[in-house]
Design a protein around this ligand. Structure first.
Ligand SMILES: Cc1ncc(COP(=O)(O)O)c(C=O)c1O
Length: 442
């Protein structure tokens, strides 16, 4: 393994130990730094916008646990609510008030009429897919290349970041029979959607899309694209499933739907949520039309269950987070995002690095290629070697970016002037490093 200046002895020792008991030393592949090289930082603690690694380095965090930490780490009021919940016992396997209150908050913010809790985004999309198939009596699912919906067998084909990072189109272990019923289309391509529905319309149970894809970098839907998808599904008796695991309560107060559907006047049949609504705990959900959701057991025949679903500590954390996710918080995320995007553009332009920055509400990402990036084929042109150089220069300067060129950057309510300044100071050097890596390309 190449030793990088940003490698740190305590993290290195822990990583070596970890690799002997955990495959790749990590519990989720992107954490291993394979896409950028070097050794992942082991994180000892986090507070506000800051992470402290095992060597005691303080880093400004732009990963935010891959999205959940909207308010920043260890928010004192969220922590107090969680501590009080823990003191009341951690799991009962019975209905509780926190899950009800979180359900009411989600129903109030989004167009879903009923919501069911699960423990991960993957479980949410897996359950929504089963429900859509059960409701329609059909089996085919349509998805877009570059959209990630968790590691559900049927949805893992051409699934963006995690797989793109490792340059594999799919994964061994998924039976051909699972993906035989999955149609993968190019994103933002109306003609491809129209053609797929013309040919297979009466067999299509549902179309899954990220409300605004964030797993191939941020690739927003072109104006009216989600409305077109909703209408196409409706015309063919298929369900429109909008995956807001990443964008939900993040892109805006009402998720990405707040930016398009709420304005244009359409609603998805089903939606999936995770990340922010769990407040940093394993909580996720799927919800939608009351008639569709009533097909779920025990009201209906579609079975879905979970020992820890609606866990009282996790739902308390999620509720405490959403209650504090106010308009002021989203305005702050917007303002910090704008400052950072401007500074990134200034630094990369000065260094002569080709780049494109794209946003979806308060989410954004930086592609090291020219734009616009409107689908996965375009996203794949991003210069991963230049990004690796940029990433390590930022890390050396105390900024923790996503260790993959295909990920969104996440800011939080806790990113204050001091944290932002560290990022601004780091950018010119990182841009120069990226430029050098680009010129070394053959
Ligand atoms: C849009 C989307 N859907 C589903 C998932 C899966 O969620 P989880 O990692 O909690 O299983 C993710 C995770 O990044 C996601 O971004």
């Amino acid at each position: 393994m190449t030793v990088r200046p940003s490698d740190q002895p305590a993290s290195q020792a822990l990583f070596e130990r970890a690799r002997s008991v955990i495959p790749g030393g990590v519990s989720s592949p992107v954490r291993a730094f394979n896409a950028v090289g070097g050794t992942p930082r082991f994180i000892r603690s986090a507070s506000g916008a800051w992470l402290t690694d095992a060597d005691g380095n303080e880093l400004v965090d732009l990963v935010g646990s891959w999205g959940p930490m909207l308010l920043g780490h260890a928010h004192p009021e969220v922590q107090a609510a969680v501590q009080a919940a823990v003191a009341r016992g951690t799991s009962y396997g019975a209905p509780t008030e926190p899950e009800l209150a979180l359900g009411e908050e989600i129903v109030a913010r989004t167009p879903v009429e009923r919501v069911r809790f699960v423990s991960s985004g993957t479980e949410a999309t897996m359950s929504a897919l089963r429900l859509a198939r059960g409701f329609t009596g059909r089996e085919v699912v349509v998805k877009f290349a570059g959209c990630y919906h968790g590691h559900v067998d049927a949805l893992l084909a051409s699934a963006g970041s995690g797989l793109a990072t490792f340059a594999v189109p799919g994964t061994p272990g998924v039976p051909a029979s699972s993906t035989a019923l999955t149609l993968v289309l190019p994103y933002n391509d109306r003609a491809a959607v129209t053609a797929a529905f013309a040919e297979h319309g009466d067999r299509i149970a549902c179309l899954f899309t990220e409300a605004a894809p964030g797993n191939m970098g941020v690739v927003p839907p072109e104006p009216g694209f989600n409305a077109f998808l909703a209408e196409t599904c409706r015309a063919h008796g298929a369900l429109f499933v909008s995956d807001e695991v990443m964008t939900g309560f993040r892109a805006s107060r009402q998720g990405y739907w707040g930016i398009d559907g709420a304005v244009e006047g359409w609603v998805p049949d089903l939606m999936t949520f995770g990340k922010v609504m769990g407040g940093g705990f394993p909580a996720a959900a799927f919800g939608g039309r009351a008639d569709v959701m009533s097909m779920l057991a025990p009201e209906g025949p579609v079975y879905q269950a979970g020992t820890l679903s609606g866990n009282p500590v996790a739902t308390t954390a999620g509720l405490a987070t959403l209650q504090r996710a106010t308009d002021e918080v989203y305005a702050h995320l917007d303002a910090v995002g704008t400052t950072l995007k401007d500074a990134v553009t200034t630094a990369l332009t000065a260094a002569g690095v080709t780049h494109t920055i794209q946003s979806a509400g308060t989410m954004f990402s930086v592609f090291l290629c020219d734009g616009p990036v409107r689908d996965f084929a375009a996203a794949s042109r991003t210069d991963s070697a230049a990004y690796a150089a940029f990433f390590h220069a930022m890390l050396d300067a105390g900024v923790y970016l996503p260790p993959s060129a295909y990920e969104a950057w996440f800011v939080s309510a806790a990113h204050d002037d001091r944290a932002v300044q560290v990022i601004l100071d780091a950018l010119p050097g990182a841009a120069t490093a990226a430029a050098r890596a680009q010129t070394q390309e053959p």
